[in-house]
Ligand binder design. Structure first.
Ligand code: HEM
Length: 451
């Protein structure tokens, strides 16, 4: 058997200046040079993360040898200051994950889909009051819409609407303020202040002020509901031990962050794509008119909204909100003949895997037909929801949520993008449009809602 070889290092001279100037361009450049091979990125001194993009190699890391690639370091380090310990090594993780899985299983989702649909229609009504005559900010409005759609699922009736909106605002601050600098400069210790640190700390305090009282109150009153707060309070391990207050708070906040940041990013890109591709928009409007018509969208419509699902998947491919999935290497390993050293950081990049021409022909072309029924691909070619033990528990829920939001918006309105912002993404905790996007809603003259 040939001896394992070391991964080629891409020197920081080739991409660090670009990384600080234009991280997306730098990432594209790294993807072009590595072209599916395992490489190391010579960022600073001994900090040389591996980059793994080929689907076979990704499968090795995320699924086949997942125990050897722990969710620690890089992105997870700053994130843990907001959502608690994310690594699967923490025993509390299994209890939280069990509660999430029960909540977002197919049959349980079916039991609350029509409630989510109603919440979305109400939120679109409110949006229409603001957005028909003048442009509104897409990220702010999508944040409000997504929070309205999922908050009842996560906290039941424990949170009034004004607090839901407030939570959306402070979590948006927490996930944008210092994340970018902390992620791009992961070797800088936390005691060295970076831009956005103070706003981050204030936002975390505001999150605590909103969530802890709900957790305490629910524990006092007994947690018999189907919402995630109640499920986390009831969770027990095999010895009958439950989660403490901090862990329950972390479990709730982690779910909010996982479920909202990603969804808001993808919806912002969606309206941009539809604006720039009238051919695709026309097919989507035709499907929604045929399936939903002048009705309100509901669970019974979902199986017929096939093109809406294909469009969602293609937006998820080209603008995958989770653009990197970092891991820490536990023990020395070999992947496809390349030596992987213990203690290193290894980065999987859905952004780059989704742009490999060998895996996705014409990867930069937006084409929902890639996801038409009957199309097949490597299981680890489409990485938006990751894979293996940490695979996203909300992927099915998100698809339904996106179909319902599209149907609620587009059955009544045509979103018109204001000005001509760039559709180029910007790297942060999640991938976001690089410029603030504004849109207004042009009524399509079909129905006025009355929930
Ligand atoms: C566009 C939508 C979404 C995207 C792109 C996305 C992406 C991801 C990714 C990449 C991971 C795995 C990270 C890893 O392997 O380390 C993940 C995990 C997770 N996601 Fe999602 N997600 C989305 C929506 C949702 C929604 C709607 C929910 C809940 C309703 C959710 C709940 C979770 C949870 C709880 C985890 C943690 C799983 C674990 O630690 O084992 N996500 N998501």
């Amino acid at each position: 058997m040939p001896r394992p070889r070391d991964a080629k290092t891409i020197s920081s001279f080739r991409f660090l200046p670009a990384l600080l100037r234009d991280p997306v361009q730098a990432t594209d450049e790294v993807g072009r040079i590595s072209d599916g091979d395992i490489v190391r990125l010579g960022v600073v001194g001994p900090f040389r993360p591996y980059l793994v993009t080929h689907p076979d190699h990704v499968q090795h890391v995320l699924r086949d040898h997942a125990d050897n690639y722990r969710r620690e370091g890089l992105l997870w380090k700053p994130l843990s200051r907001l959502v608690g310990e994310p690594s699967g090594a923490d025993p509390a993780w299994a209890l939280k994950k069990g509660a999430y899985q029960a909540m977002f299983s197919g049959p349980n989702i079916a039991s609350f889909t029509d409630d989510v649909a109603r919440a979305i229609v109400e939120a679109v009504d409110e949006l229409a009051d603001r957005a028909v005559d003048r442009p509104v900010d897409a990220a702010d409005e999508m944040t409000r819409l997504v929070y309205r759609a999922i908050t009842r699922v996560i906290v039941g009736d424990k949170m009034p609407l004004d607090q839901i909106d407030e939570l959306g605002r402070v979590l948006a601050t927490a996930t944008t303020s210092s994340f970018r600098s902390r992620m791009l400069l992961p070797f800088v210790p936390f005691w060295v202040p970076l831009p956005g640190d103070r706003a981050f700390r204030r936002a975390v305090q505001a999150v605590d002020d909103l969530i802890f009282p709900i957790v305490r109150d629910s524990r006092r009153r007994g947690a018999d509901g189907g919402d995630i707060v109640s499920r986390l309070i009831r969770a027990r391990d095999e010895n009958g031990n439950g989660l403490d207050e901090q862990n329950i708070r972390d479990g709730v906040v982690a779910l909010f962050v996982a479920a909202t940041e990603t969804s808001v990013s993808i919806l912002s890109f969606l309206w941009m794509v539809l604006d720039s591709r009238p051919d695709i928009a026309a097919k989507l409007y035709a499907e929604i008119d045929r399936v939903v018509g002048t009705d309100h969208p509901r669970r019974a419509h979902l199986s017929e909204l096939r093109y809406a699902k294909m469009v969602t998947q293609e937006v998820l491919r080209l603008y995958s909100p989770g653009w990197i999935i970092p891991r820490t290497v536990v023990a020395d390993d070999v992947i496809d003949g390349v030596r992987i050293r213990k203690g290193s950081i290894l980065v999987i990049s859905p952004y780059l895997t989704h742009r490999l021409a060998d895996v996705w022909p014409d990867p930069r072309v937006f084409d929902p037909e890639r996801f038409a029924p009957g199309q097949s691909r490597h299981r680890f070619a489409f990485l938006t929801f990751s894979g293996g033990p940490h695979q996203c528990v909300g992927s099915y829920f998100f698809t339904i949520e996106a179909q319902l939001i599209m149907a609620a918006m587009l059955s009544r309105f045509e979103p018109v993008i204001h000005g001509s912002p760039s559709i180029e993404p910007r790297l942060g905790l999640t991938l976001k449009p690089s410029e603030r996007i504004q849109f207004l809603l042009r009524p399509r003259g079909r129905v006025t809602s009355n929930v």
